[in-house]
Design a protein around this ligand. Structure first.
Ligand code: CU
Length: 264
């Protein structure tokens, strides 16, 4: 069972394993590597992620991203068995004071660059042009574009009270909508690459943010309010993953759990 720690609760060993896996993953240019996995969300085409519903049985935001994290985390574990995607508690005192957690923000660890701070945006030159024209400032200038961030003030991150009210949602559709709104706010808060769906997943913080969203879903599932998604969407396949909505519902069946928050 992989235990996903909170970013601030990671031990030195957990952080080292994560950085090791991430560095090796970023160095791979084939479908085992970070660039490939980040690209599944958006560019290169097709854009596969599922966000706001278009029809009634289309509340696929939570299960799609759970499957996405699951397969990405397994690809990290192929690089380093001890790696687990940590969740960023944006409601913590630390986040409300310093903003982006230090583990994802430090420029260098010794003489080596921090793989959790930024990543190469591995898209074609044409796509680079389009992204720059459509949303200036979302990726760095220069021939090889990198992710960038432009965070707002730390105290504007979501608060515990907001999450408590999300967790009181009485129906799956209502919960999905409320949690997606909090999710959108954090994408906007981080700024830069995270604000544009086609490239957002290239920012390493995307994964810690989505683990936090996945954890809120897990907490709701365990709560008295938690219910399954509507029967009509249970057997929907979460393209491009060979997994149905039903198969995402139990995270222990997927081989992971969330650690109780500890701040070191
Ligand atoms: Cu997102």
């Amino acid at each position: 069972m992989a235990i996903r720690p909170s970013v601030e609760g990671m031990t030195a060993e957990q952080l080292a394993a994560l950085r090791d896996a991430w560095t090796k993953s970023q160095a791979l240019v084939d479908d085992r590597g970070f660039g490939y996995w980040a690209g599944v969300h958006g560019l290169p085409l097709p854009i596969s992620c599922r966000h706001s519903p278009r029809t009634q049985n289309d509340f696929l935001f939570l299960p799609w991203h759970r499957a996405y994290l699951y397969f990405f985390e397994r690809s990290l574990q192929d690089r380093n068995k001890a790696a687990a995607v940590p969740w960023w508690d944006w409601t913590s005192d630390g986040s409300h004071t310093r903003g982006i957690p230090e583990a994802f923000d430090t420029k260098k660890i010794g003489k080596v660059r921090n793989p959790l701070r930024e990543a190469r945006v591995a898209i074609s030159p044409d796509d680079v042009k389009r992204v720059r024209a459509q949303a200036p400032g979302t990726i760095t200038p220069g021939k090889v574009p990198y992710t960038r961030r432009d965070p707002d003030i730390p105290d504007e991150l979501p608060r515990k009270a907001t999450i408590d009210s999300v967790l009181a949602a009485p129906t799956y559709e209502d919960f999905s909508t409320r949690v997606e709104n909090v999710h959108n706010a954090v994408h906007g808060w981080v700024g830069g690459t995270m604000t544009l769906v086609p490239v957002a997943a290239y920012d390493p913080i995307f994964w810690a943010h989505h683990a936090a969203i996945d954890r809120v879903w897990y907490l709701w599932q365990m709560s008295p309010f938690g219910v399954d998604p509507p029967a009509a969407m249970m057997d929907t396949v979460l393209d491009p993953f060979p997994m149905t909505v039903r198969q995402t519902l139990n995270i222990n069946n997927l081989g992971y759990d969330y650690a109780v928050e500890v701040i070191h």
